[in-house]
Design a protein around this ligand. Structure first.
Ligand SMILES: Cc1ncc(COP(=O)(O)O)c(C=O)c1O
Length: 488
């Protein structure tokens, strides 16, 4: 994708000649220039076609723009919603100047600028359609059917796990894991401050009390020191979250768990394909959970999986997943259970996605290398962690914008969007949000607050194109090297 010129490369003063307008058009390669007056206010739009028409009607290269230009033109305010801008672009009006409240052009819209590189999109061009069609043709569309069992077995084999329970999403996977391990009212569960809210919500669903702790400055995952600081006689479990694909310090966590007789539930939602010391994440915990939401490394649309260490917990989870109904005696309920079953349609998608899991993980790791090279060059980012003992699955490539008075992460996000690139801030610290403020903690959250404020995630789809990466690189270079990041 050729680099789209900045607005400044499209501007021409109305006192200049048509020849000078043509030079601007020639250099910006867009076939258009925006005419401004001496105060920089927008006065007109001139395309190369307009100039041709003017010359047929008698204008010359030396004619003054102000004298001959057409003053009927389309422009929009910079704050116009994207959909309205999109609707205003046509085959005739291919470039629209975007002005501020003083009528000064500050940006422009065109079709190629409206192409947006999404933060994540699924790739479903393998056997997904064939397996889904099979479900529909055979009528096996709810939770009975061969694909669910096959997906459980194949995903467990991939991760090196023994007991697998497929469920309807990653949030209920966490809830089911905690419930099957008998975690409930009176118990405390230690959870990191930086994670998607589903981690803490699942703890709250059980009636247990979440204890939110800070994250490690290097790996951005749960801080081992802060776990120790927050253990009380009521602590029942630790929930390490392998944030953005980087594994937690599992040896240290397991050692603490052993010393204090605690359970460990690993939230691996973001860590499909991640390894800790050569083993898939999820290997250590009493239970580990996964999400197959549409933005995850492999997806079933919505979906999740729980692994257990013991057969006992596994069997309880299977019953809990299905309304707490006895396996031996139909409609006899042993527990207040849930309907957390995965459908055969989801299982079919999962089986098809699993066939390409190595390809997907490798492409994310390759993308991370490309981003590392781009961001290193810019010298204003801290790259995502990858400790010597870790292999990140790089679910979502995330870096930290260095703390610098002149730069704001949020204005970088805004500018990237104007260049057609969706980025995303790191999660808000849990402890700052209304539902979670009430829970006791001895942590002070220096690290989570910093990472949350400065962290930014970049598009990480497995099918991102080289052109898109090039566009992201150019947008970043232009933004970072200009003064536009300055907060004002
Ligand atoms: C760390 C973490 N845990 C749990 C979940 C919940 O998974 P789901 O969206 O499938 O419910 C997600 C994300 O979606 C997540 O990022």
């Amino acid at each position: 994708m050729s680099h789209l010129p900045d607005i400044s490369e499209l501007l021409v003063n109305q006192k200049l000649t048509l020849k000078e307008a043509l030079i601007v058009i020639n250099e910006n390669t867009q076939g258009v220039c925006f005419v401004v007056d001496d105060d920089g206010k927008l006065a007109g739009v001139l395309t190369d076609g307009d100039i041709r028409n003017l010359m047929i009607k008698g204008a010359t290269l030396d004619s003054l723009i102000a004298k001959v230009m057409n003053t009927a033109f389309v422009f929009l305010n910079i704050n116009t919603p994207q959909n309205i801008i999109q609707e205003s672009l046509t085959n005739v009006i291919r470039h629209i100047p975007l002005v501020d409240d003083n009528n000064i052009p500050v940006d422009y819209a065109c079709f190629s600028r409206l192409h947006r590189t999404p933060i994540m999109q699924p790739l479903l061009n393998g056997n997904e359609l064939a397996y889904l069609s099979d479900c529909i043709k055979t009528g096996w569309i709810s939770s009975q059917g061969a694909y669910v069992k096959r997906f459980e077995k194949e995903f467990a084999d991939y991760c090196g796990a023994k007991y697998a329970v497929a469920v309807s999403n990653g949030t209920v996977a966490l809830h089911l894991a905690l419930a099957a391990l008998d975690i409930g009212p009176g118990d405390e569960v230690i959870v990191p401050d930086l994670t998607f809210a589903a981690s803490i919500n699942a703890i709250i669903y059980t009636g247990a009390t979440p204890v939110v702790v800070d994250v490690d400055r290097v790996t951005w995952t749960i801080s081992v020191d802060d776990i120790i600081k927050n253990i009380t006689p009521r602590t029942k479990a630790i929930m390490p979250v392998h944030l953005y694909g980087h594994p937690c310090h599992m040896d240290e966590i397991m050692q603490i768990a052993e010393q204090h007789n605690l359970l460990v539930v690993e939230d691996c939602a973001e860590a499909i394909g991640s390894h800790y010391k050569g083993k898939h994440v999820g290997y250590h915990g009493d239970s580990s959970t996964y999400s197959f939401f549409g933005n995850k490394t492999i997806t079933t649309g919505e979906g999740g999986m729980v692994f257990f260490k013991t057969q006992e917990a596994y069997e309880k989870a299977v019953v809990l997943r299905d309304h707490g109904m006895s396996k031996q005696k139909k409609y006899w309920h042993e527990y207040v259970g849930f309907n957390y079953r995965m459908t055969n349609l989801q299982g079919a998608l999962g089986c098809a996605q699993l066939e390409r899991i190595n390809e997907f993980v490798e492409s994310k790791q390759k993308l991370a290398k490309a981003y590392n090279a781009i961001l290193s060059d810019l010298k204003c980012f801290e790259l995502p962690p990858e400790e010597a003992w870790a292999k990140s699955g790089y679910w979502l490539y995330t870096a930290i914008l260095n703390k610098n008075e002149d730069m704001s992460r949020d204005s970088l996000i805004e500018k990237m969007l104007k260049n057609g690139v969706e980025t995303r801030p790191v999660f808000y610290p849990l402890h700052e949000m209304p539902p979670y403020k009430q829970y006791p903690t001895k942590s002070t959250f220096e690290n989570s607050k910093f990472i949350s404020k400065q962290g930014i995630s970049f598009p990480s789809s497995v099918n991102i194109t080289d052109d898109e990466i090039q566009n992201i690189k150019q947008a970043l270079q232009t933004i970072v090297r200009s003064k536009e990041l300055k907060t004002n």
